[in-house]
Design a protein. Sequence first.
Length: 326
Amino acid sequence: MLNNLRPLWSLVQCIGEAFSIDPSDDAQRDRLSVKPATLQSVFEVFLKTRDKMNPASPAASSAAPEATAPSAPTQDNKAVAEKHKASGNSQMSAKQYDSAIESYTKAVEFDPTNAVYYSNRAAAYSSKGDHASAILDAEKALEVDPSFVRAYHRLGHAHYCQNEFKAAADAFRRGLDLDPSNANLKSGLQQAESRIPSDDDDDDESPSLEATAPPASAPNAGAAGGMAGMAGMAGMADMLRNMGGGAPGGGAGGMPDLAGLMNNPMMMQMAQQMMQNGGLERLMSNPSVANMMNRMQSGGGVPSMSELMSDPTMRDLASQFGGGGA
């Protein structure tokens, strides 16, 4: 029995030396001992120590999410945010994209719960060619409101302009899940999918783009292409009116008047070539053109030539016509 207690006494001596405790000192023993040293008292000490070490209670943990969630904006803040949004829209019409971004940012500061402000800022970023920032803002808009369909179009357009065609198609497809009849999303999805190369396609040019042209040997191919081309020409005419304003010599966008364009033999030859090879159909279904039309309808202004040329399909069409005229 004594041999069994020797390790215990050795342990007591080691602890005493480590903490400078003398077990034979009555004063130290009274000061450090727990009275009464029962199992219940030891357990109570454990509970008190645990509560001090971990103060998070159920009430505190439930209040934590409320502290991190953004507070609901007041009606006054919403009104100020709307004024900043209106300023941003006016600046977009004037192609003052940096100023528009600042205005939309102020709108977000006053009301971070409105997905429209993030979506509009995404459009401003895309207009100045900063598609990476446009993607972030479009995703933020969808985080705030996953049902905001326009943000899916902004997201798809930004991915498309960065040649991220699979991501663009996914964004358009998600938007169509919410709004199956949305024509802009449909055309955007079709255009993005046509640019996704197949696994065995080693060429840079997508074969699906060539498939959109009507076969020359098919019966009534010319008539069918002509009808589709006339519909596209009508859409292009509307677009040119908005761009030029119909004023002689050019409108606010710096474009010549519609009559002058249509009387230009080279312009007519280009239009006929577009109708014959399917270029016009691709142009009118291009997400950039759809985005441009949306902007003009909402007072967002006409994009510059550098914006148009940042789109892959627009560059392809321009290179085709540039090569054809040489």
